[in-house]
Design a protein around this ligand. Sequence first.
Ligand SMILES: [Zn+2]
Length: 165
Amino acid sequence: MNCAECGKEIIDEDSSFCAYCGNPFDSKKNKTELLGEGAILLIIAATFTLTIGIIGLMNYQATVAYIASVGGDIAPYLGFLLFGFIDIIMFIPGLLGGLSALFKRRFKFSFIAAILVLCSSLATFIIIQYYAYGYADIVLFSEIPILVFSILSIFLINKSKTEFN
Ligand SMILES: [Zn+2]
């Protein structure tokens, strides 16, 4: 094995720093920590996703009740129902994937779960833009941590692939 930074050969495989340039290695311990962080980030992202899903469905329900009382077209508000459902459903693989990464089980499942959470976040973003829900700014704002956390968890889970049993 050679140092990724300076390219010199690593003599002491157990060390966590390069003896020549001081570049830190991804030692076993570091990878375990990275995977733990990735798992927690995925669980947080999934929880945020669930929250946004619930907000979407509640918004839809309230709007439907209002439209029913005044009369009008419900079609422009279907987006709330759509991202509400997507986000609530994607919470399940997100949470399970995060837990499985936490216990170092099933790499592929955890990795795909993180991608699903990212996709649901992107879908929510696109739906809000498509339906032009200007007043859903708070939802869009909450999408940012989900995007960041899910991308980070994809990266961290993939980086610590060898940690999985
Ligand atoms: Zn080096």
